[in-house]
Design a binder for this molecule. Structure first.
Ligand code: ASP
Length: 325
């Protein structure tokens, strides 16, 4: 009996050590866009970096505790969704009609399961709704009122649309309306995303956004489209995008990165760089974060900045905003 107990105890400790010895990586973004050091004062930079750090550290703690990549992606994105700083959840941008419509998606690399919601006006944390679609429905994407109804049934927090009101996003719509042109404008910095390799060797990617300021006619961007703004496959990588969504949809951006790795044997950095080149060729703007099955990462963009950061189990860590920082 004693022998058996000892054996079980040893087995348990060995198991714990194996989990802890496993590699993990977490990468996040808080949106890419036109950013200049002159226009963002010290305090604003510090606020952004502190929030990115809070999100990364929460994710790292969960990963060290052996959490699954999917749980980490959701909780980390929640930190950014609940902050007015980012164009997701609380800080979502305004549509042409002066309301907020949110999109989000999530994908697991092990099963290729995915969930997304688009054009919702009252779900406090869109990434949680995307996850519910993945876990508890037979669909991949739900939109508008139906998505809200489903989220309510799943017990998610529903808020009035005015919860998403922030003065700076409202003013940014007003100034765009003043100089309105035919095309939807690009003032949308702040979409959030997270990609994770967990200690069990699984990848997951998630993206959440308010879309683009001044969007019209129920416009949906790349963020809730699996293969455009979000993609994950344990064979290759997990990807989350931010930028002018129309270009990302046309390029099949996130899935193309995975395909280049799978069919052309490119590294995650090479594949992301190539895809950003394709974006530039079309004169699209934006960025991407990705992690591969080994924990290698990429954070590429063709704008002047992208809120971004990563932590690896090796102890490497970085949080940055501007190019060449
Ligand atoms: N990609 C998002 C969209 O087009 C916006 C962004 O990432 O800035 O809706």
């Amino acid at each position: 009996m004693l022998k058996r107990t000892l054996f079980l105890a040893l087995f348990f400790v060995a198991g714990l050590l194996t989990v802890n010895a496993q590699k993990y990586t977490i990468v996040i973004h808080g949106g890419a866009g036109v950013m200049s050091k002159d226009k963002m004062d010290e305090e604003a930079r510090a606020n952004y970096k502190a929030k990115l750090n809070e999100a990364l550290e929460l994710g790292e703690q969960m990963l060290m505790d052996g959490a699954a990549a999917t749980d980490v992606v959701v909780k980390v994105i929640n930190v950014m969704e609940n902050s007015p700083l980012f164009n997701a959840g609380k800080g979502a941008v305004f549509t042409h009609d002066g309301i907020n419509e949110l999109d989000a998606s999530i994908m697991e690399g092990k099963t290729l399961n995915a969930g997304a919601i688009a054009g919702v006006q009252d779900i406090k944390n869109p990434i949680n709704a995307a996850r519910e679609v993945m876990d508890n429905s037979e669909h991949v994407m739900l939109s508008g009122k139906g998505a809200s109804e489903f989220a309510k049934k799943q017990g998610l927090e529903i808020v009035p649309n005015k919860y998403f009101y922030t003065e700076h996003r409202y003013q940014s719509l007003q100034s765009l309306l003043k100089r309105e042109r035919e095309r939807t404008q690009k003032d949308n910095t702040g979409t959030v995303g997270c990609v994770v390799l967990d200690t069990h060797g699984n990848l997951c990617a998630g993206t959440s956004t308010g879309g683009m300021t001044n969007k019209k006619y129920g416009r949906i961007g790349d963020a809730p489209i699996i293969g455009a703004g979000t993609y994950a496959n344990n064979k290759t990588c997990a990807v989350s995008c931010t930028g002018h969504g129309e270009y990302y949809i046309r390029l099949g951006f996130a899935r193309d990165i995975s395909a280049m790795m799978e069919y052309q044997n490119l590294s995650v950095t090479e594949a992301c760089k190539k895809e950003i080149d394709k974006l530039s060729e079309l004169e699209g703007t934006g960025g991407v974060i990705a992690v591969d099955a080994e924990g290698n990462i990429a954070m590429e963009f063709n704008t002047s900045g992208m809120f971004r950061g990563y932590i690896k189990s090796s102890g490497e860590k970085e949080i940055a905003i501007f190019k060449n920082e």
